[in-house]
Design a protein. Structure first.
Length: 388
């Protein structure tokens, strides 16, 4: 009698950093329903002999795509991930990501070109999952909130090296978390997914210890602005998670008060953690089971992430590293108000045409940007012609 058991889904992993390795361990130890078949790296595969996988580590995007039933992309690199994801979707493979940087830069271009979704685990995915849950219960969200414990727009390389070593993550990640770039990217992402706006460039980010009270105040501000918003709260005492401030029906006031959400009209619900790569496996299973997209950047995003100079930059200076570097930082911006802003995700290697002062937004006329598929896509998606 033939064995009719169906083969296990083959997962292709793009990335070999902190998040990728943790995700790989999850598949290897806690996912007997799938196999980690190929791992894509830009490093020498011979130096990654200890990387957890059922298969092999490769430098070939084609090998990854051809031998995978689903691709999980978590490189954090906009230029590289755009190439990988385009190739995977063109081959008809579903893609799950943990890569907000990709989504807010080129992700919208791909929303109608195959199954592409961010995973639950990082703040945007956790907000999307919480939103899904709250909408199912009849809530009307007003604020999609991130919880941030520390902010320094201009951290020093020495401090970032110290905290990188202490926390066990890269200097680039440590810097993008500290200078606020990551939270701006994350909140632009959830805003686009949920059809929300922002109150101002760079978000409000009130510094408050009473999280619930501050979240309700943001709800009032959202209503005054005319619709839902994405923003964040800054406090060292709050939990490292996400929240949504919402309204509900007048008929449910007594019930919600009894259920300990308070007298209303603004109700705050939390997800008090975001476990990134450890949670991402849930979204991979969701997609494999036919559950569809958890979140994407939408096909018509209203919010982008611009680059703001951290220090004086001279004409001819090259921005080696934009996200997580010491030249620029990101701020969420309403694209219609700043149509000439350069998305921070395509600024690696850009050369300034003239001097730029601290606090100045980088516009297309300010820089020469290296050619890439990501730049082509940014130009194609722009609402108006992008200056060469």
């Amino acid at each position: 009698m033939k064995n009719s058991k169906r083969p296990l889904p083959r997962i292709g992993l793009s990335g070999t950093g902190f998040i990728a390795r943790s995700f790989a361990h999850m598949v290897m130890k806690h996912a007997p329903d799938m196999r980690l078949h190929k791992v894509l790296t830009r490093r020498d595969p011979a130096r990654l002999a200890d990387f957890p996988t059922h298969g092999e580590v490769t430098n070939s995007i084609d090998a990854l795509v051809e031998s995978s039933d689903l691709v999980f992309e978590c490189s954090g690199d906009v230029i590289h991930s755009t190439l990988v994801i385009e190739r995977a979707l063109a081959a008809g493979k579903p893609v799950v990501t943990m890569n907000s940087e990709f989504h807010v830069t080129t992700g919208s271009y791909f929303t109608d070109r195959g199954l592409l979704t961010e995973a639950e685990g990082d703040q945007p995915g956790c907000l999307a999952a919480l939103r899904e849950n709250m909408l199912a219960m009849g809530f009307s969200p007003l604020v999609y909130g991130n919880m941030k414990g520390f902010l320094n727009h201009t951290p020093s390389p020495e401090d970032m090296a110290f905290w990188s070593s202490k926390q066990g993550i890269s200097v680039e990640q440590t810097t993008s978390f500290t200078d606020g770039t990551k939270v701006q990217i994350e909140q632009a992402f959830i805003a686009n997914h949920a059809g929300a706006g922002i109150l101002r460039r760079g978000l409000e980010g009130p510094a408050r210890d009473d999280t619930v009270d501050a979240a309700r105040d943001l709800g009032r501000m959202a209503e005054a602005a005319g619709g839902p918003i994405a923003d964040y709260l800054l406090s060292r005492t709050q939990m490292p998670g996400v929240f949504i401030t919402a309204r509900h029906d007048a008929e449910q006031v007594d019930a919600l008060n009894y259920f300990k959400l308070g007298p209303g009209p603004y109700y705050v619900m939390f997800n008090p953690h975001h476990l990134c790569s450890i949670e991402a496996i849930k979204t991979v299973r969701r997609v494999l089971a036919g559950g569809g997209v958890l979140m994407n950047n939408s096909s018509s995003p209203a919010i982008g992430v611009c680059a703001i100079a951290k220090r004086p930059l001279a004409a001819g200076q090259r921005i080696e590293l934009a996200i997580g570097g010491f030249d620029v930082r990101g701020e969420a911006v309403t694209t219609a108000l700043e149509p000439e802003h350069v998305p921070i995700g395509i600024l690696n290697g850009a050369v300034l045409r003239h001097a730029v002062e601290p606090g100045q937004m980088i516009r297309f006329g300010d820089v020469d940007i290296p050619d890439s598929r990501a730049l082509e896509i940014v130009r194609a998606m722009a609402p108006a012609p992008v200056p060469a």
